[in-house]
Design a protein around this ligand. Sequence first.
Ligand code: THG
Length: 574
Amino acid sequence: MTKTEFAGFIREHGPVILDGATGTNLMEAGMPIGVCPESWVLENPQVLLDLQRRYVEAGSHIVYASTFTGNRIKLEEYGLQERLEEINTQLVALSRQAVGDQALVAGDMTMTGQQLFPMGELLFEELVDVYKEQASVLAKAGVDLFVVETMMSLQECRAAVIAIREVCDLPIMVTLTYNEDGRTLFGTPPETAVVVLQSLGVDAIGVNCSTGPMEMVPLVEKMAEYATIPLIAKPNAGLPELEGKKTVYRMTPEEFAGAGVALVKAGAAIVGGCCGTTEQYIAKYQDLIQGVQPRVPVKKHAHLWLSGLELLEVSPEINFVNVGERCNVAGSRKFLRLINEKKYDEALSIARKQVEDGALVIDVNMDDGLLDAAQEMTTFLNLVASEPEIARVPIMIDSSKWEVIRAGLKCVQGKCIVNSISLKEGEEVFIAHAREVKQLGAAVIVMAFDEKGQADTYSRKIEVCERAYRILVDKVGFAPEDIIFDPNVLAVATGIEEHNNYAVDFIQATGWIRKNLPGAHVSGGVSNLSFSFRGNNYIREAMHAVFLYHAIQQGMDMGIVNPATSVLYTDIPQ
Ligand code: THG
């Protein structure tokens, strides 16, 4: 099934019904605790065949192949890694046998149970390889689509999605599991998950397992505010309760399906059941949710949505996003010294201070000839990730070296900004970089730079930005709202006459971009403007304040600045 066919399928059948629980039903059927479910199913195929047939009879449009923990790391726990290909292939065949052409079969994948570096030992690339191995077997075995489910870490979701896309073009659904506080175990709120995963190009996203269906309603509502793709709700049969050593789910099928109506109204276009549900629950769904209309998503237009742990929406109402400039080895002697001396705790406190001073995003740059920039980027961003007060804001990965940007993108959970790409090395490299940014689900700064060099006048700036915009939107399929132009803030009053109009050129180009390149944003490195006044901070800050006063009026909505600045435009003497 193609992604387009999947979207059509959801529209046609909406609300689409998934299957109910697998695991709790296998246990009811006698699967002992502690065995590998995949191999138990293969030894007892009739149990799964019957279960999935009952789900289809009860109205399921999609069933999940019983390949949940069929990845190498999980299978190794049972010494079954050698049988990975055979196990996954046979399980897909079994589901196909059960449902024929009456339902779609989803290749089911989940967490490996091992934590990613730096919390654990597993490297991002290794995890991508683990998922790739399972995904390629599932694709070859003929699944119609993929589901990555019961996830807690967005970074692991990212690895799975990248892996699946490297082996095929099948649709991908992703569901995360939430605690009662409305976050995943890793602290991700629902809106951040939506923003990050839809930027990665998944086809549906939602919630599974977690608590009970009513507890899921606010999560789905929150997701619906930011979703541009269908939402999924696959809850348990009520809040799990402990009865002695046994977990029980007390909701009746009627209560469950009633809650399903609320989930559909909240915005779920795809519903199913998780732990504790059976075909009776799914059958009640079919009775109750036919014809129920999902709530229309509040937002019709996508905005630039960024995230750290928390979401940052750059909507037209938001006036200006200030990006902290100080975690830059080329822009702060102190930061350079701390990184050189490996005083990471102090380096982190520079990031923390910027957030305290009001930075909404943090720029990180490790480009120094004497540093291993990719290594330093990885180290620093991993440290940032473990500091909730810093990690709540999005990261801007600043480097002129592509491998540094790539290294950075792999350690950030949220949706970041790549700083930057440009036409400097021609269209081919530009397109390749843009594709990779899109694939990794980030927004991007495009510098006004082309084969001829840096655009320094108004006409050159708009010429280069317009060309870049057309390529990104028409050829790469980049979302316009994820494009941030930087028309080059260059130093003025350097003593060279041609430099004197640079600020005005930037400001006018900003106005033109905002009028003529719909959706795109404008940013700039504001402190560049005053390089000729180094040492005189009051003059510098006054220049920045005046510059921003005019540039913001023309639509500059982001800027790399020193967030600790204290000079206000209105305080500057005439
Ligand atoms: N566009 C984009 N990215 C950028 C820039 C840009 N990244 C880097 C730079 N330009 C923006 N960042 C800074 C950071 C610091 C300074 C200027 C720009 C700065 N630092 C003091 C100085 O050099 O005098 C350092 C003082 C100190 O050592 O503490 O001015 O344009 N997309």
